[in-house]
Design a binder for this molecule. Structure first.
Ligand code: GLN
Length: 532
């Protein structure tokens, strides 16, 4: 029988609830239990696929093609479990479903209301995921902070769910912040007490309190929190700021958090195998070198916009005992050759990540030209690969104004064009080529060597592709198409074999990298940079 753990937040947003949920997931996985995480997002967008990365950060894509919240990336990386459509629920998707049923007449003339119709739909999303994954533990995180108007239906749904599940089958964890007042030299517990009171006013008494803090929590303050918030002392867990997010599971394990959770859920504790993770954290804390890696993109003001790319680079760094120092380059600043050279001269590798729209494209082309001409290890992701093909077509093949139809519908040489299946698509939400597709790698290519196999599956999110009319001409000029869809119709990977590492892919490898198992293409990039 699946046991449920609900995670809410209070006092402030951006507490790192996602990391806490992922870390607890990791601790349960380390004990051999199966775990899935779910994220409930109170906004009205049906999914984050249509939201600007500036507002929402990265859109994480699952194998089954869902465009989801970036917390799913943390969940997958920590628990090494592949999630999907059912793991991210938004108010928009819940309302959309209920309204569709209402229009169909399913409610037989009844008044459709938040309670019970919306809350029932939310509960059915919990049960749906249980049915699909049959996990030992299901961890459900509610976005935002308790007290927000928009998250109320979710909070009410978990109140009902907990009551229906019965004692010992569902618990809730509340995450708060203990602010530090330098003038009195104290960590203050009052905001947490108030936050628990808000949660109680909705009928939920948390079983566990996780307190974010910059300083160790004195025993007296822990006791105070336990007393006022009605949780056992051992259930007041300290979560201090750490250098690396991957240290969090170990910090929680040191306080027996998983043991406390299991006890409350009436499951016997088991030995936790955290050896691999401990070795990983040792490596993270003791790098032997530092590599400066540039990310040349458009959303460089918000690092969350490329969070999986950054994590993947770090993972590849860990495998090389190297710390990765990211140099954010706004590609719009690379229009000028000398400026581009100036910006690139102190970096050991460069990534051109995915993106949409024309802004910053010419600068990205300049960055790629620099990497190609100076043998600087380069990895292109999705739009980054499309730019690599455009750059090669323009500057090596001699197709002077080669471009993508995305940026110039009337391009003289549209070397990147809209995919056939996209020609009649007009709506934006969830309509790209999304999710896992197979790809066949060329024997002996850099990509095949990195993967150690020729048949791979990777996640996609794009509308445009390499225009096959130009494939032969570009290949004849030396760019190797080293990965194709199994039917040979879609170019998936390109590379320049004579360079140390010049590889670009139409898919998003960053979604499948794991801290203990870096993605082969990121590892290839960092290995090449280290060797240099
Ligand atoms: N804009 C490009 C396309 O739609 C690339 C998308 C991406 O980088 N994810 O094909």
């Amino acid at each position: 029988m699946t046991k449920y753990i609900f995670i809410t937040g209070g006092v402030v947003s951006s507490l790192g609830k996602g990391i806490i949920a992922a870390s607890l997931g990791k601790l349960l996985r380390a004990r051999g239990f199966s775990v899935i995480n779910q994220k409930f997002d109170p906004y009205i967008n049906v999914d984050p696929g249509t939201m600007s990365p500036f507002q929402h950060g990265e859109v994480f894509v699952t194998d089954d093609g869902a465009e989801t919240d970036l917390d799913l990336g943390h969940y997958e990386r920590f628990t090494d479990t592949s999630l999907g459509k059912l793991n991210n629920v938004t108010s928009g998707s819940v309302y959309q479903h209920v309204i569709k049923k209402e229009r169909r007449g399913d409610y037989l003339g009844g008044t459709v209301q938040v309670i019970p119709h919306i809350t029932n739909e939310i509960k059915s999303r919990i049960n749906g995921a249980t049915k699909q994954f049959k996990p030992d533990f299901q961890l459900i995180e509610i976005g935002g902070t308790v007290g927000d108007i928009e998250s109320l239906p979710f909070v009410e749904a978990i109140r009902q769910f907990k009551a229906e599940a019965g004692i010992g089958n569902a618990i809730s964890i509340h995450c708060t912040l203990l602010p530090y007042l330098p003038t009195s030299g104290e960590l203050k517990t009052k905001p947490s007490q108030h936050s628990v009171n808000v949660l109680r006013s909705y009928g939920i008494q948390p079983e566990i309190l996780v307190c974010r803090t910059t300083k160790p929590i004195p025993k007296t303050e822990k006791e105070k929190l336990a007393l006022f918030c009605s949780v056992p002392k051992e259930a007041v867990i300290e979560c201090r700021d750490m250098k690396s997010i991957y240290e969090v599971p170990l910090a929680l394990e040191n306080q027996n958090m998983a043991h406390v959770v299991l006890d409350m859920l009436r499951i016997e504790d088991k030995h936790a195998d955290l050896k691999g993770w401990e070795t990983l954290v040792e490596r993270i804390k003791n790098p032997k070198k530092t590599l400066k890696v540039a990310i040349a993109g458009k959303y460089t003001k918000l690092s969350d916009a490329y969070i999986s790319v950054v994590e993947s680079l770090k993972h590849a760094g860990y495998a090389n005992d190297a710390a990765i120092d990211i140099k954010w380059i706004n590609s719009e600043e690379c229009l000028d050759d000398t400026k581009c050279k100036e910006l690139m001269k102190d970096v050991q590798a460069v990534v051109v990540p995915g993106g949409f729209g024309i802004r910053g494209i010419e600068g990205k082309l300049n960055v790629i030209k620099y990497a190609r001409e100076n043998n600087l290890p380069f990895l292109g992701l999705c739009l980054g690969m499309q730019c690599a093909v455009i750059e090669y077509a323009r500057n090596v093949v001699g197709l002077k104004n080669a471009n993508s139809a995305e940026f110039d519908e009337n391009a003289q040489y549209p070397v990147i064009d809209l995919m056939l299946e996209q020609k009649n698509v007009h709506a934006y939400g969830g309509t790209m080529r999304l999710g896992a597709y197979d790809c066949v790698l060329k024997k002996g290519s850099k990509a095949a060597k990195a993967y150690g196999k020729e048949k791979i599956s990777e996640r996609h999110r794009h509308r445009y592709e390499v225009n096959n009319e130009y494939l032969k001409q570009i290949a004849d000029a030396g760019l190797v198409f080293s990965g194709m869809s199994p039917d040979g119709m879609l170019a998936e990977v390109v590379e320049l074999p004579q360079l140390d590492w010049f590889v670009a892919c139409q898919f998003h490898p960053e979604f499948k990298s794991r801290p203990e198992r870096p993605h082969p293409l990121f590892k290839g990039l960092i290995d090449a940079a280290v060797k240099k």
